[in-house]
Design a protein around this ligand. Sequence first.
Ligand code: NAI
Length: 221
Amino acid sequence: MSTNNISSAVINRLPRYYRFLADLLREGVDRISSSKLSQRMGVTASQIRQDLNNFGGFGLQGYGYNVKFLHEAIGKILGLDTAHNMIIIGAGNLGRALANYADFENLGFFIISLFDSNPELEGTSVRGIPVRRMEGLADFIKENHVDIALLCLPKSYAIETARMLVRYGIKAIWNFAHIDLELYLPSDVLVENVHLSESIMRLSCKMARKDESERPDAENE
Ligand code: NAI
């Protein structure tokens, strides 16, 4: 099933479908209509039908969606039918918090090592996952099948470290440093930036707009 022609807006919605379907499976629901799914997810039924039709459609008229089948099919599109090994660069607060989050493993993402430039961290571990020195990074990548590198180090080191990872053969980076990393890397390297501060700014913006619309004189402006 090719996803090359699917809009990024649809792709961006797939993890949410996957999460809701996983909840339904846990509840023992084996089929659901697009209208029921739409009520649960707070999106229109036509949006759901349109989104899922992109992939050939998984629903049957009068039957709805087979939850297990749809969950598996979307999981496949999301690449979750394959296990992925990951390494974390930067074993500070964030790197350790991510390594401590065991739920990634349930999705098939396995953190196999952390790396840090601070020699004092060598030999420590997080949830049994070892922290290694940066000096061993090239050999580790050569000897282990590493699919994804997580960048959890200061922004000032992010570009040079990412370029080094690419030289060592890394093709996918989950970047937490506050920089749009893809601008500095070859176009075949896949980058997903995560910026929690952008999320809190969006919330803050909504709060500011709400306050403004609730001001008694707002209607007269
Ligand atoms: P931290 O200071 O606790 O940890 C950073 C770690 O990186 C330290 O252990 C340090 O020794 C290591 N390090 C520094 N330079 C390195 C290098 N060249 N190679 C390998 N390791 C190196 O910082 P924290 O709080 O864990 O944050 C890490 C990064 O994540 C920062 O850039 C921060 O701004 C960012 N961040 C991003 C968030 C997001 O939503 N994207 C949320 C929180 C932090």
